[in-house]
Design a protein around this ligand. Structure first.
Ligand code: FES
Length: 336
């Protein structure tokens, strides 16, 4: 599911900013080179963090027919690397560099039935898809899971639009999503589209595999930054390049290696394509695999990692193999 579209950068003008849930803002942008966003598309945005620019991806929640207005929604993440904090400073009239809508999570029209599954801010990737399924009168169940109603963006609008097709799970109401039940009850010809935290998506993938359902029928979009454990500072060594680099809590290993002058391969930067794979030569600590590219068996083997999202951490019970260290963790790698 790597991005295969050509990126066309343009200027976008912010025309509307609104709080829509706890720590979530809806931001409407008018692009200078309008192009309609199809379901599943996102835009890349240049964000400014501590004097440097970086790229973040945001799903397009709504697009006008002519593409002159694009709405995104941004969660100010508690462990943000700075991108979402920057996005939350935007005001109407501000301008920023954005791409035209890019498509790497297309909706395939033609399945017998669909499940759309959104966890938390992952709802932003599913809203446009659900609207299309409803308009086409296809058979779908739209599952929306969140911590609390206050933290679930667009909940009221979605309930009004989708009625009984929308199934809501709220942790603090004791109605948390039961993944085994959801996937266990899926008919064999179901296509399941999902976007949410890595733990949710891992659980769905595991259950999907256990049931031996068709893997191409499971489609997903990631945020690329939600892991099993809070990010820690760690050290990465690349003997062939004579590099020893500290990866700060709020930078990815890929970014830290790029900053140090390493010529790195990458595409999605979201843990989906595997292009940024590095080989692990030695590990002091453990790996918090945050990608959706490797299988559970590959992750357990701890032989390689997707350095755009995955991190080294001091050893904690349940993490992928590695010797326990007081910290910081150290991973020695080979890059391609
Ligand atoms: S760049 Fe795609 S998985 Fe890292």
């Amino acid at each position: 599911m790597a991005a295969t579209n050509i990126e066309v950068w343009q200027l976008g003008t912010v025309v509307e900013v609104r709080d829509i849930a706890t720590d979530i803002q809806r931001i409407v942008i008018e692009p200078s080179l309008p192009k309609k966003a199809e379901p599943g598309s996102h835009i890349d945005v240049q964000v400014r963090i501590d004097g440097h620019t970086d790229t973040r991806s945001y799903s397009v929640v709504e697009s006008s027919e002519d593409g002159t207005r694009l709405a995104i929604s941004v969660l100010k993440a508690p462990l943000s690397r700075g991108g979402s904090v920057f996005m939350h400073t935007l005001q109407p009239g501000d301008q920023l560099e954005i791409t035209q809508p890019l498509q790497n999570f297309p909706l395939r029209v033609g399945a017998e039935r669909y499940i759309l599954l959104a966890g938390g801010i992952g709802i932003t990737a599913m809203i446009n898809m659900a609207r299309v399924l409803k308009n086409l009168r296809l058979e779908y169940t739209f599952v929306y899971a969140g911590r609390s109603r206050a933290a679930m963006a667009y909940l009221t609008e979605l309930q009004e639009l989708h009625g009984e097709n929308l199934v809501v799970h709220v942790d603090d109401e004791g109605t948390s999503l039961d993944v085994k039940r959801l996937v266990g009850g899926a008919a064999e010809d179901t296509e399941l589209y999902m976007c949410g935290p890595i733990r949710l998506m891992d659980a769905v993938r595991r259950t999907w595999t256990e049931r031996e359902l068709s893997y191409p029928n499971l489609r997903f979009e990631t945020f690329g930054n939600s892991g099993w454990y809070d990010p820690e500072k760690f050290v990465v060594k690349v003997p062939r390049l004579n590099l020893e680099v500290e990866v700060p809590q709020h930078r990815s290993m890929l970014e830290a290696l790029e900053d140090a002058g390493a010529d790195m391969m990458f595409d999605c930067r979201k843990g989906e394509c595997g292009l940024c794979e590095v080989k692990i030569l030695k590990l002091e600590g453990a790996i918090d695999h945050r990608d959706v590219f490797y299988s559970a068996r590959q992750k357990n083997a701890t032989e390689k990692m997707a350095c755009c999202v995955s991190r080294a951490v001091t050893s904690k019970t349940g993490l992928m193999a590695g010797a326990s260290v007081a910290g910081p963790a150290v991973v020695t790698i080979e890059v391609s």
